[in-house]
Design a protein around this ligand. Sequence first.
Ligand SMILES: NC(=O)c1ccc[n+]([C@@H]2O[C@H](COP(=O)([O-])OP(=O)(O)OC[C@H]3O[C@@H](n4cnc5c(N)ncnc54)[C@H](O)[C@@H]3O)[C@@H](O)[C@H]2O)c1
Length: 374
Amino acid sequence: MKLAVVKETREGEARVAMVPELVSKLTDQGIEVAVEPDAGALALYGDDEYAAEGATVDPSALTAADVVLSVQPLTSQQVRRLEPGAATISFLSPGQSLDLVAERRDVNVTSFSMELVPRISRAQSMDALSSQALVAGYRAAIVAAQRLRRFFPLNMTAAGTIKPAEVVVLGAGVAGLQAIATAKRLGAVVKGYDVRAAAAEEIQSMGATAIELELETLEGSGGYAREMTEDRAARQREALSPYIAAADALITTAAVPGRQAPLLVTTEMVEQMKQGSVIVDLAAETGGNVEGAVAGSVVQVGGAQIWGAFNVPSQMPGPASKLYAQNLIHIVTLMTHEGAFAPDFEDEIVAGSCVTHAGQVTHAPTRELLEGGA
Ligand SMILES: NC(=O)c1ccc[n+]([C@@H]2O[C@H](COP(=O)([O-])OP(=O)(O)OC[C@H]3O[C@@H](n4cnc5c(N)ncnc54)[C@H](O)[C@@H]3O)[C@@H](O)[C@H]2O)c1
């Protein structure tokens, strides 16, 4: 089995799907690993490091591959260089990439989407949404600390005391809890809020205060949140307003799977924040939790600056790549038998993450979207 690792082509993507120190986890299974030149350069992994670990560095790695690993989906041009029957494993967001999915179906390429790996305990080691959210949550707290022109921790000096910063985190999933933990470690006073009932205990376990609102909790399936009605959203915004007005830094991470990010903070609420306050909106790419947030930009609203996230894991490409590569090793290992690529489509993880196979779109919601648009 020949496995290729591509050099990412999407602008701003600094991650790579495999890191040198993990190559032997593949070669030990009899897998031949070929890496495109400079694949790891932006994450500071050199070609010589891959070669030293047993990979070949090959500009035509793609054309001979049985399986291709990447972070972002392969482009149309890359897909057309593959042999029919070859497989790709990457983030794919199939619902937002219908043209790419249709092309893969038509040229008979098998596609696995890392966003679709079922969140069951057996698949935890393959959960790339969580591994990358961990990086994003950490980074969100660091960005807030760096942009805020005051201390996070309490400082007691002979001359007097400086109070710690107040940080509010909205959405306490994987990224939010990591932001809470990081802000706490930096010494801020941290409060968190999430619509799921279980989140209050998780927020407290990170040493933060859980904001408890007199609103019904919203549990969906699989441990995720449900979408709010507009009425509940309005009541939540009203109840959160005093907490946000009192915050020096606000970090928002709220998401509902398959939906646009919920609007948690209006311009009016931002305008009530103090001069010099900082907002980090990790949901900026999916519509934003904060009105006016722009992905990849900093926008000033009243006294507050809103930092809109754009591919945050890529801002820490070394560790983000290593975590992602570990996720990929686990899924590749699941689909490898005696050195050959042999996915078992009866397996819940394999079937759940597959989008195209044998000239068909196997992921039903994507197929329906494609048929609806046809
Ligand atoms: N393998 C597994 O079993 C597994 C893996 C990862 C996460 N999880 C669980 O899934 C849950 C969500 O994880 P995630 O980080 O991927 O979620 P996510 O990225 O979909 O959403 C982030 C958070 O936003 C919250 N949210 C949604 N709407 C909100 C609103 N209106 N106001 C405030 N908060 C709102 C959600 O409840 C969630 O906690 C967590 O319970 C997590 O522990 C399970």
